[in-house]
Design a protein around this ligand. Structure first.
Ligand code: HEM
Length: 218
């Protein structure tokens, strides 16, 4: 296979512009520069809870798929960490204190539609979240800890992958798995289209969070 034809390269290239937009979202900018408060941060953790609930239900199903099953590992599972973060940030009544926003509802509906019986769709969503969490996620965690005086991993366990001490090595292995897949071009095109949808849904969730911050400030 030509190097330029690698699925890992194709995903990165197809997502580059959307990644830039996601990274520069006003909510994330405010979060990392410390101009929100802990509740403003907790609001994102709550939306992650609903997103990972569905993504990880899909992972449980896709674990048995011959092509994408190898991408599924308990080392990535985030839901228990999100529950602990929410308990820390919002207290024991956290579950009844949170609800999905409109963009989160669209995001989870989309995942229910494409991640449970289409392996390529699942992979697009899996890649978008977990490779991001293992990359920029670490930077976000440091900034959040500093800005909102969180110590250790209290409230930021989501960003701590105990089973992945070497994220760069893990991502390398993940990319090798991507490059070992053998989807035809038209299927790859569908996966790239789903990747862009996944990025857009994440941007929409961040925009909802930004609107909520502005409403609270008004
Ligand atoms: C402050 C916000 C963010 C920062 C600073 C950031 C930073 C980064 C960096 C530095 C990488 C490259 C890692 C590498 O080459 O191994 C990366 C990769 C990635 N990020 Fe982000 N990111 C942010 C937000 C996001 C968001 C919101 C998403 C989507 C939900 C996302 C998804 C991804 C993905 C899928 C990759 C892997 C790209 C690849 O294949 O190499 N990132 N990010």
């Amino acid at each position: 296979m030509r190097v330029t034809n690698r699925l890992s390269r194709q995903l990165r290239a197809s997502g580059r512009d959307d990644h830039r937009r996601a990274e520069r979202s006003p909510y994330l900018a405010a979060l990392v520069e410390g101009s929100l408060d802990r509740d403003g941060y907790a609001a994102m953790v709550a939306q992650h809870y609903f997103i990972y609930e569905v993504l990880e239900q899909a992972a449980a199903v896709m674990r048995a798929d011959p092509v994408v099953g190898p991408f599924v590992t308990d080392r990535l599972t985030r839901l228990p960490a999100l529950e602990r973060d929410l308990r820390f940030l919002l207290g024991p009544g956290w579950r009844s204190a949170i609800g999905p926003g409109p963009a989160t509802d669209r995001y989870t509906a989309r995942m229910r539609e494409v991640c449970f019986d289409w392996n390529g769709g699942f992979l697009a969503h899996h890649y978008t979240r977990y490779l991001g969490d293992l990359s920029g996620g670490r930077y976000i965690a440091e900034a959040v800890r500093r800005a909102y005086t969180l110590t250790g991993s209290d409230g930021t366990e989501f960003y701590v992958f105990d089973g992945i001490p070497d994220p760069a090595g893990f991502k390398e292995t993940y990319r090798a798995l991507l490059d070992a897949t053998d989807w035809p071009d038209d299927e790859r095109d569908r996966i790239m289209a789903e990747l862009r949808i996944a990025y857009q849904l994440n941007i929409d969730v961040l925009d909802d969070l930004e609107s909520a911050v502005r409403e609270r400030a008004a």
